[in-house]
Design a protein around this ligand. Structure first.
Ligand SMILES: Nc1ncnc2c1ncn2[C@@H]1O[C@H](COP(=O)(O)OP(=O)(O)OP(=O)(O)O)[C@@H](O)[C@H]1O
Ligand SMILES: [Mg+2]
Length: 411
């Protein structure tokens, strides 16, 4: 979809010399002293799948905007390639001639800016239609698509207003609509929500998640806000001094920060929306065979620390039943439990079943409505492990899962 290869950007008089020194392993500061050059981006490579939501984070000056601007060539990269998949095959944005570059920006790369960047004397509708006008789409079709996109971002009926009549959050919706209306497959967003109030920002994030599911655009999104990154990103890249120091799924970034810089970044992250049930679940253990009252085709497993909890599992790994203190317990999918009107009415003899990709927050909710350990299952409903308060608290404090292997059940 989009692939960036060994991208470098040097600001200053001697970029080639700066790149040579960089290759020798000299630091950004040393290079600035020797050549007067500032390293904006150094040796960044990544590849995105269609529909991926890729978030870039880093301290001020770490090179986020420079990288984004090199991708659509608002800034010319010093070296490296930015490859886009188009109908005519793969195109390098860094090498494109003026006409091709214009076409790429119109049809493939749309940008959403922090300060909205709307044209003040054009109506909201004409702002949204602007990209289409540049693409020479006819008037009636422009209006139709602009209104349709405004509807999509919750601004149906606002098309005739001037941007100044809209609040900041609404103006950013217009900015978003303008980018979406072009049909561009890749959206580049540079801190699009950072100028908004916290509540509006949260609404925009939810909106973004919804639109992303609906439209499947590929998004490169820059933010300073870790919670925003964790909420939105399929993957997050952390930038330091122009480089990617770690790239990975939100859960990995939080639970396995690779450098002290990344660890500092995630130190205050709320792990409950990020760490998954599959990570914290502890596999149960086999009972001694002579104790089993087993049927052919299944086996009984015991809880590691709560000796009175037994689980009967079919040979294919699916859970057949659970016993606590010798009495049968009811197994209920978590969403069924949470949908109940009086959720605490039968706290005692039920256990929640939670899918492995649900988060700690869901596990907390599950423990709030049932006293028995939560059963964590995979896509095929096979048991991965169990979760009690112990695992939840450990994960919140340590920001990591248990240390065992999660496949212990079938081993
Ligand atoms: N036009 C320029 N000329 C010289 N140096 C520049 C230029 N633009 C950016 N830089 C330098 O490149 C580095 C990266 O800047 P950039 O604006 O990309 O950072 P950023 O991560 O987007 O920061 P912020 O979070 O504050 O927006 C900084 O050291 C900056 O001083
Ligand atoms: Mg910036």
């Amino acid at each position: 979809m989009i692939r960036v290869e060994s991208l470098n950007k040097v600001f200053g008089p001697q970029p080639d010399e700066a790149l040579r020194l960089l290759a020798e392993g000299r630091s950004k500061d040393e290079i600035r002293e020797a050549t007067g050059d500032v390293i904006g981006v150094q040796d960044v490579s990544f590849e995105l799948k269609p529909g991926e939501f890729f978030v870039i984070m880093g301290l001020s000056g770490s090179g986020k905007s420079t990288l984004l601007r090199c991708i659509n060539r608002l800034i010319a990269p010093t070296s490296g390639r930015v490859l886009l998949q188009t109908d005519d095959g793969e195109v390098d944005v860094a090498q494109a001639g003026p006409r091709e570059l214009r076409r790429l920006r119109q049809e493939h790369l749309a940008m959403v800016f922090q300060r909205f960047g709307l044209l003040p004397h054009r109506s909201v509708r004409d702002n949204v239609a602007y990209g289409l006008e540049v693409q020479r789409v006819g008037h009636a079709e422009r209006v139709r698509r602009a209104d349709e996109t405004l509807e999509m971002v919750g601004l149906g009926g606002w098309g005739d207003m001037l941007p100044s009549a809209l609040s900041g959050g609404m103006q950013q919706r217009v900015g978003l609509a303008r980018a979406l209306a072009t049909g561009a497959k890749v959206l580049l967003m540079d801190e699009p929500f950072s100028a908004l109030d916290p509540l509006i920002k949260m609404q925009m994030q939810e909106e973004m998640i919804r639109l992303q599911r609906q439209l499947g655009r590929t998004i490169i999104f820059i933010t300073h806000d870790l919670d925003e990154a964790l909420r939105l990103g399929d993957r997050i890249a952390i930038m330091d001094d122009g480089r990617f120091v770690q790239v990975g799924a939100p859960e990995k970034i939080v639970t396995e920060p690779r450098t002290p810089y990344v660890a500092d970044f995630v130190a205050h992250a709320d792990p409950t929306g990020v760490i998954t049930a599959g990570t914290v679940a502890v596999p149960p253990e086999h009972q001694r065979v002579d104790e089993l009252r087993r049927e052919p085709g299944s086996r009984v497993l015991a809880h590691r620390t709560q000796a009175d909890v037994e689980i009967e599992v079919a040979d294919d790994g699916r859970v057949l039943g659970m016993r606590a203190d010798g009495a049968g317990a009811e197994l209920v999918p978590i969403d069924t439990l949470l949908a109940e009107e009086a959720p605490t009415s039968r706290y005692r003899d039920r256990a929640a079943v939670v899918h492995a990709d649900r988060t700690l927050r869901t596990l907390l909710a599950a423990r709030n409505v049932c006293n028995l350990p939560v059963l964590v299952v995979d896509d095929e409903e096979r048991l991965i492990g169990l979760v009690t308060e112990r695992e939840i608290i450990h994960a919140i404090i340590e920001k990591r899962g248990h240390n065992g292997d999660t496949n212990g059940v079938t081993a």
